[in-house]
Structures are given as structure tokens and as C-alpha cells.
Write a protein that binds this ligand. Structure first.
Ligand SMILES: [Zn+2]
Ligand SMILES: [Zn+2]
Length: 375
């Protein structure tokens, strides 16, 4: 079933409100006409403005409109009659903010909650993820590069939730998706112009395609931040992001908190209170050795919620002053660098080859199916 999905691949199934354990939801037709179906049975065709309440009782769903009880079913589908259908979905129990979704919704009973799946055109999904990932009014070539990275991730992870009956969830577990957003059309046009394109390595395997806000002038290798290196994720000197908003940052940590962190992260009886922790970090490294202690830059970043793991420290004896570069993990494409590349005339393909080494851009329909298997 999933193999067939990939070959046709016009649509993808995303579990929405996936971390919220929804038992009751209101669905409102915001745009277009919808047919409501259960299996092969059509319950009716409805126009813009129609509102429905769907609640789970045991293993059945109850659906009502404004006035009437419509029925109890195992599964209910909202099927858009045109290309332009938009639904507004508002969780009632528990209450949560409403979101808008393109295309179709499929509701059924999971073990202890409603399972709500947005069956959506792949490119509309990609456009919404791009917008959720930031970058308003960026140049088209940037949106195209970003669309290819997001499509690469999406196709690589198509089987992630296969046992639960959908492709991806809408949380950070897969990739954040908050439904249809505001600047849809310009981003969607850019995504559609790259439809089908994904990135593969030199063995024609779909790559991991990470990105981050700003690399601070130097991206990091996969192994500097993750467990192991990958040949296509090498460190790249990036002159394009240096003037962007996230290129440089500073923060101050209370010295007492810093020393506690140091004392807790080494298992010896030395009290580091009287040591000086000033260090410079001209280039990204995984560890820094200071006062005989090996400090992991990522661990410091996570503990103190720093913007990046690329920073220098000035220990004044009273405070720890931190000057850092970039925002995010630093692996793969630097979004602010890519935006600047697009602004000065580079193409989406130039951008991809700048941040990823020895890769190709291909149409995923031309790849053999075993290339999609997750590692
Ligand atoms: Zn997931
Ligand atoms: Zn950069």
C-alpha cells in the first residue's frame, strides 16, 4: 500500500493533532465543497460554512451537523470535490486552537482517541512545512531549495508510521506541520516548480537533508553534532550568512551556575571555583579541552539553552560572558545563507551543491523502491 503511494505520490497522509489525544472535534468547511463519506457510502455533499461535530464513543464515531444527528460510523472522510477545498478543524475535547487544512480529512478511532489524518497533496504539504520553518518573503530560488530538502526528508521517512496507517505525524518527531498558513500561494508555486525532486548521495540513496537558521559562517560536519559522520554533510565555510540577523549572539551565565555545571559534569573531587574558563573557538569543534576537562559543546548548548554550539567564553571571575555564532545545530543547509545566495543570483541547484557534498538531485519516481527504506 505504501509502495503504491510513493509511485503515484500525489498525496500523503499526515496524522494531525497527533500529540493531543483528541476525542471530539468540530470541522467547518472554509472553502470549496465537500462530500462526507463512510467507506463506500456518501452521507451527503456540503457547501462552505457547513459545520460538523465528530466525537468518539468507544470504537465508534458520532457525527452531527448544526441541527441533526447524522449517524455512527467506524470511519468518516471529508473528501474535497475540487482542488481548492479547505477545512477548519477545532478540537473541542480537549480544547485546542483551530487550524486550517487543505484537501481531505479522514477520522477513525485509534485505541483511546480519535485518529485524524490529513490526506493532502504532497506539494501543498511541503509548502506549509516551508512556511512553518520560517523565512517570510524570501526569494523563489531559496524556497525551491528548501522545498527539495523538505521533500527529501518526507520521501525518506514515508514508512515511519506505516504500522499506524499513515505516513508522517505533524510533530517534531517527524516534521512540524501546523496546517495551511498565510503565504501559501507564492511558496506553493515554488514548491510545485520542483515537484518530484529529491537529493541522493553518490550511491543513489536518498540523503538526510538537515537545515538550520544560521551557521555563523561555518557549517558543522554531521559527526561534530550527531553520532557519526556522513560523507555529504561536511563543514562548509559560508560567507553568505555573516550579515544576517542570527549570525552573532551574546549571553551571560551566572558564574555559580557555570561552576556547578562543570563540577557536575566531571567525576572528580576538584572544585573548579578558582579556575579560569576563558576560551576562544575560531572554528567549530565537538569538544574543547580546558583546565584538563573535555567539554562537549553540544551538551553545554543544550544545558544552557544556547542558540548554537559555536561560541567563545570570557570568564571575568564574576560572570561567564558568551559570544556565539549562528542559530541551530549547524548541519546541512544554512537558511539565512541560502536566502542571501538566492538574493545575489544563485539558483536552487547552486545552493544545494554549496551545502551538500557530492550529491545529485533526481526525481524520486526514477529511484528503485528499496532506496526508500529507512535506515
Ligand atoms: Zn512522527
Ligand atoms: Zn551560514
Amino acid at each position: 500500500m505504501f509502495a503504491a503511494n510513493i509511485c503515484m505520490a500525489q498525496s500523503i497522509n499526515i496524522a494531525i493533532f497527533n500529540d493531543k489525544k483528541i476525542n471530539s472535534i468540530a470541522v467547518n468547511i472554509k472553502q470549496g465543497r465537500y462530500r462526507i463519506k463512510s467507506g463506500n457510502e456518501t452521507l451527503g455533499e456540503y457547501k462552505k460554512g457547513s459545520i460538523f461535530h465528530i466525537s468518539r464513543f468507544g470504537t465508534e464515531l458520532e457525527i452531527r451537523d448544526k441541527r441533526n444527528f447524522i449517524g455512527n460510523f467506524k470511519k468518516i472522510e471529508f473528501v474535497s470535490v475540487s482542488d481548492e477545498g479547505v477545512l477548519n478543524a477545532k478540537p473541542i475535547n480537549p480544547i485546542s486552537e483551530a487550524r486550517e487544512y487543505d484537501d481531505n480529512l479522514i477520522l477513525s478511532c485509534a485505541e483511546k482517541e480519535l485518529q485524524i489524518i490529513n490526506k493532502i497533496d504532497m506539494e501543498k504539504y511541503i509548502a506549509s512545512v516551508i512556511e512553518a520553518e520560517g523565512g517570510n518573503s524570501a526569494p523563489d530560488e531559496y524556497y525551491k531549495a528548501q522545498a527539495i530538502l523538505i521533500r527529501t526528508f518526507t520521501i525518506k521517512n514515508m514508512y515511519k508510521h506505516a504500522e499506524e496507517g499513515f505516513n508522517l505525524c505533524d510533530g517534531v518527531h517527524c516534521q512540524a506541520y501546523k496546517g495551511r498558513l498565510t503565504q501559501h500561494n507564492s511558496i506553493l508555486t515554488a514548491a510545485r516548480s520542483t515537484a518530484g525532486k529529491v537529493i541522493t548521495d553518490n550511491e543513489s540513496v536518498i540523503i538526510m537533508s538537515p537545515f538550520h537558521s544560521n551557521c555563523g559562517g561555518e557549517t558543522c560536519t554531521a559527526g561534530q553534532y550527531w553520532q557519526k559522520d556522513l560523507p555529504y554533510l561536511q563543514s562548509v565555510k559560508d560567507p553568505f550568512c555573516l550579515k544576517s540577523s542570527y549570525a552573532v549572539w551574546t549571553t551571560t551565565i551566572e558564574r555559580k551556575t557555570w561552576i556547578n555545571y562543570i563540577n557536575n559534569s566531571v567525576s572528580n573531587n576538584v572544585n573548579y571555583q578558582n579556575y579560569n574558563f576563558t576560551f576562544q573557538m575560531p572554528h567549530r569543534t565537538k569538544f574543547i579541552i580546558i583546565n584538563g576537562i573535555e567539554l562537549n559543546m553540544r551538551s553545554i548548548r543544550e544545558y544552557f539553552h544556547l542558540k548554537s554550539a559555536f561560541f567563545s567564553v570570557k570568564d571575568t571571575g564574576k560572570e561567564i560572558l558568551i559570544t556565539g555564532k549562528g542559530y541551530g545545530h549547524g548541519i546541512g543547509m544554512c537558511q539565512q545563507g541560502a536566502m542571501e545566495m538566492a538574493r545575489v543570483g544563485y539558483t536552487w541547484l547552486d545552493i544545494i551543491h554549496f551545502y551538500f557534498r557530492d550529491v545529485q538531485v533526481v526525481d524520486y519516481k526514477d529511484l528503485e523502491l528499496h532506496r526508500f527504506q529507512p535506515e
